[in-house]
Design a protein around this ligand. Structure first.
Ligand code: UT7
Length: 332
């Protein structure tokens, strides 16, 4: 029994914030943002749209494309760092309710930008252990709710969105998710952090006045570690599976910064045209970034059944991961 990625779906909120818009909000420029990150614009959820709304739309698209009926979904995993509610209920329970599924396990995982790859690892294990047949995974973020729009070092980077996939059992090896590797190192916990409004610094007037409820990032340190870790990670997963760059059809990296992607791509000696890039139009959407990029490639008609994708990701925790995944969906 193998686990296979049977379908992909995404949802991108309508409102767009361009780099020019940020020039009016903080001391920055379109030129700086493009040069240092590759980002040109990002989508922002409406006030009345929460993470579960974005996730539910992505999930519905993924279910339709999987050809399954909702009743066949055995479990739902939502990866997010911007849940609808801080503690409970989980965003996954809200998504299940919104798409009309109940009486299945639904839960959130918190692995920041690595959340989708972590969810993929869990879904794969559920299926290979024969516990479940069809697992719906979704990476969804309304990062605009935890971004400090007075901090130029972070606010220009992030956007909102959601991407979902149905992971199903198969007996066809050529459809299988070959390998998923996930890891973490809490030594670097302060590289990416929202310091306030958790149990360590419960929400208070002082916490809010000091803007501790928002994302803080040691950008440059994170950048350097990301390049090093991601490069080692992708080279290792290919080596362990006896694969080389020529065996991979598409490289779908976490979309945080064009320069990070470019550094890893060139160290892998991987062709530019087979590297999926959406950072320019979506910015960094954390757990949603890889499935949104995969969905873009799918909707553009480039991702075909049987293609082998290499995923890699890096984020707060610090967490990271990589995966070798066949696309087992139909081109509808
Ligand atoms: O998704 C999870 C993982 N996240 C990442 O992997 C993100 C990793 N980090 C990065 O992508 C980059 O480090 C950033 C894009 C965040 C920053 O780029 P950088 O080339 O590392 O810049 P820097 O932090 O070293 O800052 C360089 C200068 C500083 O000014 P001084 O001290 O040289 O005068 C910053 O204050 O750029 C300044 N700066 C800005 N200037 C204009 C920082 N943000 C901005 C801005 N506009 N938005």
């Amino acid at each position: 029994m193998f686990a296979a990625l049977k379908s992909i779906g995404a949802y991108v909120p309508k409102k767009v914030l361009t780099n020019k818009d940020f020039e009016k909000m903080v001391d920055t420029s379109d030129e700086w943002i493009k040069k240092r990150t590759g980002i040109e614009k990002r989508h922002i959820a409406a006030d009345n749209e929460s993470t579960s709304d974005l996730a539910a739309k992505a999930c519905e698209a993924a279910i339709v494309r999987s050809g399954l009926d909702k009743s066949q979904i055995d479990a739902l995993i939502c990866a997010t760092i911007s849940p609808d509610y801080l503690c409970m209920p989980s965003t996954a329970c809200l998504v299940a309710d919104k798409i009309g599924i109940k009486n299945i396990p639904s839960f959130d995982i918190s692995a920041a930008c690595s959340g989708f790859v972590y969810a993929l690892a869990i879904a794969k294990s559920f299926i290979e252990s024969k516990m479940f047949k069809n697992v719906l995974i979704v990476g969804a973020e309304k990062l605009s709710s935890i971004v400090d729009y007075t901090d130029r070092t972070t606010c220009v980077l992030f956007g909102d969105g959601a991407g979902a996939a149905v992971i199903s059992s198969t007996d066809k090896k050529e459809e299988a998710i070959i390998d998923v590797k996930i890891s973490s190192d809490g030594t670097y916990q302060d590289f990416l952090i929202t310091p306030g409004c958790g149990s360590k610094n419960p929400c208070s007037k002082e916490v809010l006045e000091n803007r501790l409820n928002y994302i803080k990032m040691k950008g440059n340190e994170t950048f350097k570690l990301a390049v090093k870790t991601l490069t080692n990670d992708v080279l290792e997963i290919m080596k362990e599976n006896n694969l080389s760059s020529e065996d991979i059809d598409y490289f779908i990296p976490h979309q945080a910064n064009y320069r990070i992607i470019e550094a890893v791509r060139s160290k892998m000696n991987f062709p530019k045209e087979k590297t999926v890039l959406t950072v320019a139009k979506y910015g960094n959407t954390s757990a949603a970034s890889i499935p949104m990029a995969m969905n873009d490639w799918y909707e553009s008609g480039k991702l075909k059944k049987g293609d082998l994708m290499l995923l890699d990701t890096f984020g707060g925790g610090l967490t990271w991961g990589s995966a070798l995944v066949h696309f087992a969906g139909e081109n509808l």
